[in-house]
Design a protein around this ligand. Structure first.
Ligand SMILES: Cc1cc2nc3c(=O)[nH]c(=O)nc-3n(C[C@H](O)[C@H](O)[C@H](O)COP(=O)(O)O)c2cc1C
Length: 173
């Protein structure tokens, strides 16, 4: 990533896309904490990442912690419900954010390799939140060090017949 500054309205356009994701009972369990490059929080968020991620993500324009909140209330009721799909729904929100980033000429990469305790402290996340990923957002750079280049080649996908099945799942899928 190039490390260029990301305008707040661009970043919020990505959050706007994420906000419109579908969720079970419209519980909207996604929460986002962000730090833009140049802000003091950026270094604190960066420090949560694995060494390998930190090496390249230091050139991100923003780091976004995506969290899910499983407990929710419905339509003004005080009754607490626990969503079985909070992580799934937060994943849908992340995907919407990523598509919007690409549409705007930016890129977003999620990272699961981070220290959970550090991330909780860095983002002040209460126990009710599960931090799912930290996302690096930036403009794609022209070059990267040789050790990163293999992982930056387009990744293959499983063939359709390995993932889609008529009538049910085979035992070995
Ligand atoms: C939950 C999750 C965690 C991931 N963690 C990391 C990570 O820590 N570091 C990284 O460089 N990429 C990470 N990725 C990116 C995946 O490695 C990448 O999406 C996958 O290899 C497919 O590559 P592609 O998206 O470029 O096609 C993660 C992706 C997901 C969905």
């Amino acid at each position: 990533m190039t490390g260029e500054a990301i305008p707040e309205e661009i970043l919020f356009s990505m959050f706007e896309a994420a906000r419109h994701a579908p969720s079970s009972h419209n519980s909207q369990p996604w929460r986002f904490a962000y730090a833009r490059r140049g802000e003091p929080d950026f270094a604190i968020f960066l420090a949560c990442l694995s060494d390998q991620n930190r090496e390249w993500a230091r050139n991100a324009s923003a780091l976004v912690a995506v969290a899910s909140k499983a407990v929710y209330t419905r339509d003004g009721s005080a009754e607490k419900n626990v969503s079985r799909s909070a992580s799934f729904d937060a994943g849908a929100a992340w995907a919407c954010l990523a598509v919007q980033a690409e549409l705007l000429g930016w890129t977003a990469r999620p990272m699961g390799a981070f220290d959970g305790d550090l991330a909780r402290a860095a983002t002040h996340a209460p126990d009710s939140l599960k931090i799912e990923v930290i996302v690096a957002i930036g403009k794609r750079g022209d070059s990267s060090p040789p050790e990163r280049q293999t992982s930056e080649k387009p990744n293959p996908r499983k063939a359709m017949d390995e993932i889609v099945f008529a009538g049910g799942f085979p035992a070995d899928c």
